[in-house]
Design a protein around this ligand. Sequence first.
Ligand code: 3HC
Length: 715
Amino acid sequence: MLESPARPDSLALAQMRDGIKILTINNPPVNALSFATSGALLAEIEAAETDEAVIAVVITGANGIFSGGADIGDFMKPPVAGSKSVRDVVAAIERSKKTYVAAIDGNALGGGLETALTCDYRIATPNAKVGLPEILLGIIPGAGGTQRLPRLLATKNPMNNGLAGVQMALDMMLKGEAKAAKPAKGMGILDEIVEEGSVVDRAVALAREKAGTKLRVSQLKFVVVPPLTAMAHGMVPSEEKGGYAAHKLIDALEAASELDYKYGIAREARLFEELVVGPQAQSAIHLFFAERELGKIPGLSATTTPKEIKSAAVVGAGTMGTGIAMVFANAGIPCHVIDVNPEQVARGKKNVADTYEGRVKKGKMAPDKAKALVESVTFVSDYAAIADCDVVVEAVFESMAVKKEVFAALDKALKRDAILATNTSTLDIDEIANSTTRPENVIGLHFFAPANVMQLLEVVRGSKTSDATIVTSMALSKKLKKKGVLSGNAFGFIGNRMLFDYIREATFLLEEGATPSQVDKAIRDFGFPMGPFAMSDLSGIDVFYKISQEAPKNDYRSSEIAIRLYEKGRYGQKTGSGFFKYVEGERKPVRDEEAEAVIVDESKRLGITRRTDITDEEIVNRCMYALINQGAQLLGDGIALRPGDEDIAWIYGYGFPWFQGGPMWMADTIGPKKIYDQIMQWQATLGKHWQPAPHLKDVAEKNGTFAPRPKIGSN
Ligand code: 3HC
């Protein structure tokens, strides 16, 4: 066997084996097809084309991954003239007269899969995953994915004139979902799964066997019927509500059906280029990187590594406690739930069993998996039973006295290196930590309800929390599939602290003349799934009332509308009325004259003449600027590490529309100077609570942005 060594420093390692050229994409950690990597790969492909010794080519990836796709960072920079992209790579393979085999291990995503789809054959290891996740970045596949995937799947799934396959392709691209090797083989994306031995060895053998043959997906034909695409347009969000890319994706699929490949690919390229510089894509790309920044904590000792968490416990079998226990169970970490109240335990057990049974009924989980998960949550009543757990999360009643008692008991019972976490949403972590003999092991793990659904997890460090506890908690949040946002120890932490100002401004709008329905509609039209008042009714006005009683006092007035509703026993959904009323058994907020009368009385009591000219724009601006101003305050105070952390918190914890990029990204889009000037104007007209955060003032005075902002496209 003839084998030439590869140059280890190259972005595209090239090796010859018996006339087969093996090209290995080598750009750690995920072999992103950056301009440079694409250039290196392209050069090797072009060299192979003219080299008569090469009878076929195998493309694979180093580091156990084929490729994570085009380099997303490149989309946030102005294009550099002459740079080569994955589109050039794909075009060169398409032009080639030689046989190409893709040998896939790990992920082949986006441009990675598009490269593989251009090859004549695709084989993979059992742990391979293939997908076109571009839609999650607010773009569409831009290197032939929208043209090749439907062609391939329509051909491999010919039922109903190939429509079944087209539907599969559309579904996969619209969801951005990656498929594991087995289903991908079933669909026809992969030709073979290599169960044993090296996938590259098998690819080399296949390449030799098939050398001289070409199987170009681009030459396959299919026809989509207009009702399919019309239905698809109707099922995705509207263009302005985050569906911009989805509609363009459907257009690209139509082009694949109606046009010859060369015209279809040109249409796809044009749609891609238009999308990638647009505000929705730039927001999504910002969030992609913001999410990956979360775990990078400046100032921690570089040698600290996370401890492994093998077992967990939760104190309190309420809805929150059992929800958290299921989060651990889902991540493969067995969890004890400790509670002494038998009725609570019975309810908790039922909650766990019902949740998993529900997933089985919906066909989302196999019965034996559900059984195993139910069994991995065990209910105990004695602290001794949880002594060996690596982490415990307290989720009892929100009272400092009760929590201190629990922490004193945990301190006595748990092994010395266990992490003691509290799920408090507002209480002082330091005060809780100081009720133990190991404050360095105490941290806040603030889950959001329902804990097994909501993706945000605020990790709250106290003044004595050790680096090891922080690092382990951040790694744990990733293992739990949560977006872990590190917060300093301040009332309401990041998310709720911003929420209080948002709700306060929304309620001032009620005093001035707006109705709850009007405010909620404006906020929903902006993109939130629910407005501030439907959300207050869902969380409970009693809960907000209690929090407001404990909040540190400041110089600014708050509206008393919620207090009036509370006094009338209108706690929200749980009592059938709050800012809205609710038909029994239903969750839909219904406009309520009684609530509106309470609001009008409150305006009267304050001597406010109600305005009739409050516009949606005023509602949205005042609510959003309140969020942004508090976001700036928290950044200035060092409670939040980065503006992107606040964006992630609000998107995953409070339903802020992703396509606006989060409150701080939105602030940078508008321009902090403009926001500051508006706030100063409101300070004069609306009251002194419109006090600009010093950090906002600083950024505005420099005419800067909260985060470095790439100068690209329309944002
Ligand atoms: N471009 C640039 N950087 C990328 C990247 C990409 N496509 N994919 C991952 N990275 C970076 C991350 O930013 C991170 O960097 P950091 O260590 O400096 O923070 C590092 O690679 C590791 O990423 P993760 O922490 O996400 O690692 P995981 O192992 O958890 O996940 C992954 C790996 C499944 C590949 C995941 O990173 C992922 O889903 N990446 C995005 C895939 C994607 O969307 N591809 C499509 C790109 S667009 C495209 O191809 C356009 C084409 O159609 C023209």
